[in-house]
Design a protein around this ligand. Sequence first.
Ligand code: ADP
Length: 320
Amino acid sequence: NDKSLIVSFGEMLIDFVPTVSGVSLAEAPGFLKAPGGAPANVAIAVARLGGKAAFVGKLGDDEFGHMLAGILKENDVIASGINFDKGARTALAFVTLRADGEREFMFYRNPSADMLLRPEELNLELIRSAKVFHYGSISLIVEPCRSAHLEAMKVAKRAGALLSYDPNLRLPLWPSAEEAREQILKIWDEADVIKVSDVELEFLTGSDKIDDETALTLWRPNFKLLLVTLGENGCKYYTKAFHGTVDAFHVKTIDTTGAGDSFIGALLCKIVDDQSVLEDEPKLREILRFANACGAITTTKKGAIPALPSPDEVHKLLNA
Ligand code: ADP
């Protein structure tokens, strides 16, 4: 399609989720495979809404890696930025919400292929053609992927792309909370558009008051837009000139996985061809209403990728 390109950089993996809810991983009678990884979800969110998206990252040259690449292609995500590692395997995550309400995680990452992406493997031509370059933080945890991530950001920025950052904190993956905070804040100033959840706001600022004052401690003079997502309370937006809140849609939520990815993918779709909307509050509010609708729809179905909305579904909710 002739839209401008959104490139999403980072990890793609498979979440193994117990077939019955409320059990520990050891008690699970079986697992369902749920493809995910926030940057991959964002690329698919964009493509499903009719935008032009590419995913850049590394997968294992194994059954799971080829399954994930197939899912990207089926969803019309450009796959020319995907590398396959001959040695390491695709990342796997086992995640459950136990009966005691605690989340239990187990990761196969020792190391997984995504962590082994090297700067010289990057498809620079693809990255240079991005109008928007989106990324998370998981790719900052270890080398050589961290260097690849920083190089890709630099190349995209130099080529004039808008940089979009969703730190997407997955704390159990980090060696320590201090290191997560340090690495996330190290690249903070580079972004043009940045989105945090209320949980991440608290983690990054150390303040449990989710208010404008706290959010504005994360503001940088070069930012074009700072967003704080608040789940069923919608989102807050901050620009140089104005700030406010856009309410969420009331839906029957069953699984919030992927809501934030759906939200940011929707936003990027709407700003990629006209960044002037970031300076026009009524237009920006309209776009955030659209993004909230996409996030809300994603919570009404199980999983992330199967729950990302089509334009028809969004249209229905917006006009309900
Ligand atoms: P993240 O997934 O990054 O934690 P949120 O859970 O805040 O982000 O969700 C992103 C957006 O999706 C929210 O700003 C909101 O618009 C929408 N959303 C999330 N949860 C719900 C919900 N329970 N009901 C309605 N909308 C929701």
